[in-house]
Ligand binder design. Structure first.
Ligand code: PRX
Length: 688
């Protein structure tokens, strides 16, 4: 159904507000205060008891005291939690052995544990019939339940298959799978035998999959015949075939059955169901060092190829479990509905590892927010009795365009907690989610974190169930997290009502340990910009009340529908076109996607192809090199790009043009050819 007139009006007013919110950091650095028109009275959160933590630390009763303790005594704090929350094969004696100058971080280095035992066996032992996975398949009403007992059986069976096929400790296994019990089982089966999984989002192209397989040196791939999403069939196996053809390192591909379609099987392919049927349900877990790799997850950076962010076992698991428990006030019996794809970090930490470490029932959502209609999320909430609903702002911005009735016709009384992640949650989406979906009675938490942080870092209720929540910001740091704002010269920005580069001045257990195969890049990216601190790449603002607002990326990473995308990746793909001489890609505010991709390009002289033809080719190229979501909204052919006299492209100027703010171009007199700017502005205006 198309949006109503009133929702169109809302869209327009939101566009204006969003542009203000999504503006680059510079403008926010100048701001002195944020509007607190909707501010709830600020209650002292220090008085709220947190029983689960007090159990472990009898002397600490309030959030304030626990938070301070976690910063002052990280070893004691995380050491105690690790002992009480995780099951160890060998208990650790040492809590940390960091070498900060080399950006080497080690948590519980002499401890041993197995992540799959922590996520499955111990719950299967205690409560075998508790539902672990609630698989919400693409077609509504076909959900499947997997108990902890069943999950243990399936994890062991698959772990046995992998072991029998020569997969051992430290071997990398690429997973290219739909959101399904098989994806979770495969992740945990790797963990059981000490292999390292590298899940690649099943929307990535064959080329993107191939480059990730190669970078990880994976010899084994697990995929499925097909995927189904939003009623559409995706030929997963075909994509894998095309990728594997470019990866000589791959020696075997396990093919699971999602739809049962007949797919072509080659010499490296093994039918997974058949292999599983020959294996038993007992599998001795590998004895893993706490710092052994658990997984790699590739994410975009500002330059070059995606980085294999590497997470290790105990610290990551502890952090995912602790944040899942406290940021969401998770209680036994809750049905945790994080609708992220398992191919992203949100899926890793809050579909799989955090919830399962806590023995939760976790929802696997295979579909889309609008299939078969815009009420899908809320119909699912009602049918499955979901208590926690965690999603991305882009989905909310899409859904609020439709009539309220798509929400209200479904019973949402099971909901207690709402969460958002991945991009700024603008005020309109916040209110729609909180007021309409959550009937103003559910808590809504805007959580800020990253692939590299492993788990939630800043969130309105890091522990205290009663803390007031304000719209449009993640507000408060989690335990053990000390946010620091830095200025471009490296100094720390103190006080309130200030902005800066968002850094972290403490070491938390979930921090990524390296970029796979490139520790120097890890050091240079996260620790060199502001020595002594982890630099997130984001800007932030600390308001008069000490609450944190995220102002967006400070580098050339853009955030499209909650997915990180390096502008350099898109440029590299486009430059492969024979008619393209030069290209510069920037992000611009987009009312549904958060940011859209805008490509400015210069064509080679003497090209005979039409612009439409070239644009079509470029779309195909970007889709085949990266993924559909990376395709630019706009391709603008320009006679040249704005450059400094030393030849550097002035992206700042292109960002302003793409954002329709030519009046904010600032000083362009230092450009090699200032007149080019006027030409680009005019071409842009004609093109709109
Ligand atoms: O720019 C921030 C944005 O998403 C980036 C991290 O992306 P990724 O590693 O893909 O992980 C996304 C899910 C954890 C951050 O650098 N981001 C994430 N959460 C928020 C956010 N921006 C604003 N508000 C948030 N709550």
């Amino acid at each position: 159904m198309p949006p109503s007139a009133s929702s169109l009006l809302r869209l327009i007013s939101r566009g204006v507000r969003q542009q203000a919110q999504n503006g680059p950091l510079r403008s926010l650095l100048r701001a002195t205060s944020f509007n607190r028109t909707e501010a709830a009275p600020l209650v002292d959160v220090t008085s709220t008891p947190i029983p689960e933590i007090t159990e472990v630390f009898p002397g600490l009763h309030t959030h304030e005291s626990i938070y301070q303790f976690s910063l002052d005594h990280p070893e004691e704090f995380w050491g105690q939690l690790a002992r009480s929350r995780l099951e160890w094969q060998r208990e650790f004696q040492t809590v940390t052995a960091h070498e900060p100058e080399k950006a080497i971080f080690r948590w519980f280095p002499d401890g041993q544990l197995n992540v799959s035992v922590n996520c499955v066996d111990r719950h299967a032992r205690q409560d075998p019939d508790r539902v672990a996975l609630l698989w919400e398949k693409d077609e509504p009403g076909q959900e499947e339940r997997v108990t902890y007992r069943q999950l243990q059986d399936e994890v062991c069976r698959l772990a046995n298959v992998l072991r029998a096929s020569g997969v051992g400790r430290g071997d990398r296994v690429a997973l290219y799978l739909p959101v399904s019990p098989l994806a979770v089982t495969a992740m945990l089966a790797c963990a059981r035998i000490g292999a390292v999984h590298s899940v690649v989002f099943a929307g990535f192209s064959a080329d993107a999959l191939a480059s990730r397989i190669q970078d990880a040196g994976a010899e084994t791939v697990i995929t499925a015949d097909q995927a189904v999403r939003g009623g559409k069939v995706i030929q997963l196996k075909q994509v894998v075939d095309a990728a594997v053809a470019k990866c000589p390192s791959v020696r075997q591909v396990f093919v699971g059955s999602r739809t049962g379609a007949q797919v072509k099987m080659g010499p490296k392919d093994i039918a997974l169901e058949q292999a599983l049927s020959g294996e038993g349900t007992e599998c001795e877990p590998a004895v893993q060092g706490a710092e052994d790799l658990l997984f790699l997850l590739y994410t975009s950076g500002s330059t070059g190829s995606p980085k294999g962010v590497a997470h290790t076992s105990a610290g990551y698991l502890l952090y995912a479990a602790t944040t899942h428990k406290h940021a969401f006030d998770y209680q036994v019996g809750d049905v945790f509905g994080c609708v992220a794809d398992v191919g992203w970090i949100t899926g890793h930490s809050y579909v799989v590892y955090g919830p399962l470490a806590n023995g939760a029932t976790t929802v696997l959502f295979e579909s889309t927010p609008t299939y078969p209609d815009p009420g899908r999320y809320w119909e699912t909430v009602s049918r499955l009795g979901i208590t926690h609903f965690y999603c991305a702002p882009t989905a909310l911005r899409l859904l609020l365009r439709y009539e309220d009735d798509w929400v209200t016709r479904h019973d949402r009384s099971s909901l207690r907690m709402l969460g958002s992640v991945g991009e700024p949650l603008n005020h309109e989406a916040w209110h729609w989610f909180h007021d309409l979906v959550g009937e103003k009675r559910c808590t809504l938490v805007d959580t800020w974190w990253q692939t590299e942080t492993g788990g939630i870092m800043i969130s309105p209720r890091p522990s205290a169930p009663g803390a007031p929540v304000l719209p449009g910001m993640p507000m408060r740091p989690m335990f053990g997290v000390k946010p620091v704002l830095c200025d471009p010269n490296g100094g720390v920005v103190n006080g309130e009502g200030v902005g800066g580069a968002l850094c972290v001045g403490s070491v938390w257990p979930g921090i990524a340990r390296t970029i796979y195969g490139d520790h120097k890049r890890y050091l240079d990216t996260y620790f060199a910009p502001f020595p002594g601190y982890y630099f997130s790449g984001d800007g932030a603002y600390r308001d008069q009340d000490g609450h944190y607002h995220i102002t967006g990326r400070m580098d050339d990473v853009i955030n499209v529908t909650g997915h990180r995308l390096g502008t350099a990746e898109v440029e590299d793909a486009m430059m492969e076109h024979p008619d393209v001489a030069e290209v510069a890609v920037v992000g611009f505010p987009h009312e549904v996607k958060g940011e859209g991709v805008y490509a400015f390009m210069v064509l080679k002289k003497g090209t005979h192809a039409s612009q439409d033809q070239i644009t079509d080719d470029l779309k195909k190229l970007v889709r085949s090199k990266i993924a559909g979501y990376a395709i630019p909204e706009t391709f603008l052919v320009c006679p040249g790009l704005p450059k400094t006299r030393s030849g550097k492209i002035m992206r700042r100027i292109l960002r302003k043009i793409a954002a329709d703010k030519p009046e904010e171009l600032g000083d362009i007199s230092t450009l090699a050819d200032p007149s080019i700017v006027q030409t680009i502005v005019e071409t842009h205006s004609k093109n709109r």
